[in-house]
Design a protein around this ligand. Structure first.
Ligand SMILES: [Zn+2]
Ligand SMILES: [Zn+2]
Length: 294
């Protein structure tokens, strides 16, 4: 079992490692730049390989990139769509340089006038473009959505439709965000609902295609269609349901990434809480905290 957070790279890549070590991460996710800007800070090959080596040395593996929030490969606006596809190609190339295990992406919105089927086609074409631009690059990881604002990916069927449509299905993996699923009306907060979700995953894209789980609690009610992350076990999904998820034998091998709000102290509390939810026989050892970070 691997536990980690979405970690900021503000300052430098080395600073990102330091933050991850302080939070006792054994996996992480990050942006390659500011998520709301198209421009990226330059990254030399040396910086990239020192980062990858640094994570390997500390056994923080695997690590993932998350595509920008600006990205909308489904947009009805052609300019934004093209910009998004180009940026996804760049993201996959950077992920390769950083030896990341993949690029997690939100699938984008077709807008209030658009149809979801159009969206799944556009995502598939974006994947094809990125795979062509970076033939040996890491996987592209499709994240489910809460359905807010016509964002594609509120059902696992939509993820499966994208995979069926792309020319490079072997390059595609999936990420389930628990807060998004809960928002989309997938009842993962009940025991039967969690089993039904896993059955649905198996029926659609297949559980082996899961690359990671975003283990977020939700600040908004079940089926709200909204995406508001909350601290582990303290939201609407709650302790008991979170415990069932993180101990589930079919999920336990996955990297669990928390994208919870707040400060470093909040992250430390969330790590403590999620570890308490994990049964002792499943709970991984706590990585050591170096003296200079205490
Ligand atoms: Zn997420
Ligand atoms: Zn979210």
């Amino acid at each position: 079992m691997r536990l980690g957070f979405h970690i900021s790279i503000a300052g430098s890549l080395q600073e990102c490692i330091r933050r991850a070590v302080k939070r006792r991460c054994t996996t992480l996710q990050m942006f390659s730049g500011a998520p709301v800007q198209w421009r990226r800070p330059p990254m030399t090959d040396r910086q990239a390989s020192e980062f990858a080596d640094g994570l390997l040395e500390r056994d923080i593996q695997p690590h993932f990139l998350h595509a920008k929030y600006l990205l909308n490969v489904c947009s009805p606006n052609l300019d934004l769509r093209e910009k998004s596809v180009a940026d996804l190609c760049e993201e996959v190339a950077i992920a390769g340089r950083l030896r990341a295990a993949g690029v997690v992406m939100h699938l984008g919105s077709v807008g209030s006038e658009g149809h979801v089927e159009e969206g799944t086609e556009r995502v598939a074409r974006a994947i094809d473009a990125a795979c062509e631009a970076v033939p040996e690059g890491p996987p592209i990881i499709l994240e489910n959505s809460a359905g807010q604002g016509n964002i594609v990916g509120a059902t696992f069927e939509q993820l499966a439709a994208i995979i069926a449509s792309t020319h490079r299905p072997e390059r595609v993996r999936c990420c389930v965000d628990t807060a998004h699923a809960f928002g989309a009306g997938i009842a993962l907060h009940t025991q039967d609902g969690l089993e039904a979700m896993l059955t649905e995953i198996e029926r659609t894209f297949g559980i082996d295609r899961l690359a990671l789980l975003h283990v977020n609690d939700s600040k908004v009610p079940f089926g709200s269609g909204r995406d508001r992350h909350w601290h582990t076990g303290l939201g609407e999904i709650g302790r008991e349901a979170m415990a069932r998820i993180v101990n589930h034998p079919r999920l336990i091998h996955l990297p669990f990434i928390m994208e919870t709000p707040g400060t470093e102290a909040d992250d430390v509390s969330n790590m403590r809480r999620i570890r308490r939810l994990i049964r002792p026989e499943n709970r991984p050892p706590l990585p050591p905290l170096p003296h200079d970070l205490r």
